[in-house]
Design a protein around this ligand. Structure first.
Ligand SMILES: Cc1ncc(COP(=O)(O)O)c(C=O)c1O
Length: 375
C-alpha cells in the first residue's frame, strides 16, 4: 500500500541519468555549472574555522532574518518583522511542503496551474486533500475564468509560481487583479507564491506578492538562496508569512527539520551584506541573450523568456514525435539533454515544446547550441 501510488521517478532524474549515460550536455535540470562567487566561497572557508557548527534558533540565524527583512524592504518596500514573519527552510521545497502540511486539511482542494513545477502535488496528497490542476492558456497566461470556476468553498489554497518554471513567464498587474477578485469571493483561500526566481528577471521586474496589499495577510511567499546565489546544493531558502499562518507553519517546521544548516545560514547572512542583487538578473540576461543568439540559425522556435533561467523551445518544425521521445533522441543522437514540457502537466499535454536550462557557462552553451543547430 503506497501513500503516493502515482508518483514515480521525476523526469529530471530520468533525463539527467540518461544524459550521464550518453555523455550528453545536460541542459535539463535547473542548476548552474559555473563557479560560485568567490566572495561567498571565501566567507564559507573562513567561517568553517569558527564556532558556527551548532544548532541555530528554530526560525533561523537572527542576523540572516534581519538581512532578509532589509532585502525585502529594499526590493519591494515591504516592512516585515524578522523574528515573526520569516522562516529559514531547507530550500524552497521544504518551505512549500511545510506550508502545505501546516495549512491544508483533509478534503480541502488546492489549485495548481499547469504546466507546473513538480513539488506541489505530493504534499497536497499527503494531507488527504485534492490537487485541482488547471491548465494555463497555450500562451502560458493564466485563464482566470477557468481558475474562478475551479474554486469552491472547499478551496484552501492557490499556488502561483512567478517568475514561472518551466515557461519563463511573469504575472501581470491584471493577473493579480483577477486573482484578488477571486480571493474576495472566497475568504478562506490562501495564496502560496513560489518566487524562487524572484531575482532572475530581465526587461521587466516581476510583480511580487510582497507588493500586493490585498494579499499580505493571506499569502505565503517562498524564495530560494539556491537559485539566487547559484548554490542549489546548499538547500537553503525562506518563506515569509503573516503571524497567524506562520504560527501553524512553525509547528510543522520544528518537527520536520527544527533548524537549517548553520554554516550556510551564517555565510548567506554575511554574503547579503556585500552581494549585488541586481547583478543576478544581469548575469542571467546575458546568458539568455547569448543562448538565444546562438540558436538563431537553428530550426527551434524560441518562446519569450521574461524570467527564470529556462528557455522553452518549439521543435514543431523539426519533428512530429511526442516531446518525451524527442528529448530522448536529442540525448542519444545529438548529445543534448532537455526536459519535455508535457511532464509538467497532470494530463501530459504535448505541444511539441521542450525546456533548456541556460544557467551554464558560455562554453557549455556554445557547444550545446552547435549541436542543436545541426538538427
Ligand atoms: C519553481 C520552483 N520552485 C521550487 C524549487 C525548489 O527550490 P529549492 O532547490 O530551493 O528547494 C524549484 C527548483 O527547481 C523551482 O524551480
Amino acid at each position: 500500500m503506497s501513500k503516493l501510488p502515482n508518483i514515480g521517478t521525476s523526469i529530471f532524474t530520468v533525463m539527467s541519468k540518461m544524459a550521464t549515460e550518453h555523455g550528453a550536455i545536460n541542459l535539463s535540470q535547473g542548476f548552474p555549472n559555473f563557479p560560485v562567487d568567490s566572495l561567498l566561497t571565501d566567507i564559507v572557508t573562513q567561517l568553517a574555522k569558527e564556532n558556527v557548527h551548532q544548532y541555530l534558533p528554530m526560525a533561523g540565524y537572527p542576523p540572516l532574518l534581519s538581512n532578509i527583512a532589509l532585502l525585502v524592504k529594499k526590493s519591494y518596500r515591504r516592512i516585515i518583522l524578522p523574528e515573526i514573519e520569516i522562516l529559514i527552510t531547507a530550500g524552497a521545497t521544504q518551505a512549500i511542503f511545510t506550508t502545505i502540511q501546516a495549512l491544508v486539511e483533509t478534503d480541502d482542494e488546492v489549485i495548481i496551474l499547469d504546466p507546473s513545477y513538480d513539488c506541489y502535488e505530493a504534499p497536497v496528497l499527503l494531507c488527504n486533500a485534492t490537487p485541482v490542476r488547471v491548465s494555463l492558456n497555450d500562451d502560458y497566461t493564466p485563464n482566470w475564468d477557468t481558475i474562478a470556476k475551479a474554486c469552491s468553498a472547499n478551496t484552501k489554497m492557490i499556488i502561483i509560481n512567478n517568475p514561472h518554471n518551466p515557461t519563463g513567464k511573469i504575472l501581470t498587474q491584471s493577473d493579480f487583479e483577477a486573482l484578488e477578485s477571486i480571493l474576495k469571493k472566497y475568504p478562506k483561500i490562501i495564496v502560496l507564491s513560489d518566487e524562487v526566481y524572484e531575482y532572475i528577471t530581465f526587461e521587466e521586474k516581476h510583480i511580487s506578492a510582497h507588493t500586493r496589499i490585498n494579499l499580505l495577510n493571506r499569502c505565503v511567499m517562498v524564495s530560494s538562496f539556491g537559485k539566487s546565489f547559484h548554490v542549489t546544493g546548499w538547500k537553503v531558502g525562506y518563506l515569509v508569512a503573516p503571524e497567524h499562518l506562520m504560527n501553524e507553519i512553525k509547528k510543522v517546521h520544528q518537527f520536520l527539520v527544527f533548524s537549517v544548516n548553520s554554516l550556510c545560514q551564517v555565510a548567506i547572512s554575511e554574503y547579503l551584506d556585500v552581494v549585488s542583487i541586481e547583478g543576478i538578473g544581469i548575469l542571467y540576461q546575458e546568458k539568455r541573450d547569448h543562448f538565444r543568439e546562438l540558436l538563431k540559425t537553428s530550426r527551434f522556435e524560441l518562446l519569450p523568456c521574461e524570467g527564470t533561467y529556462f528557455q522553452v523551445a518549439s521543435y514543431a518544425a523539426i519533428s512530429n514525435e511526442n516531446d518525451v521521445d524527442f528529448c530522448k533522441r536529442l540525448i542519444t543522437e545529438y548529445g543534448v539533454a532537455a526536459i519535455p514540457i508535457s511532464s509538467f502537466y497532470e494530463n501530459g499535454k504535448d505541444l511539441h515544446l521542450i525546456r533548456f536550462c541556460f544557467a551554464k557557462d558560455n562554453a557549455t552553451l556554445e557547444e550545446a547550441a552547435k549541436r542543436l543547430c545541426k538538427i
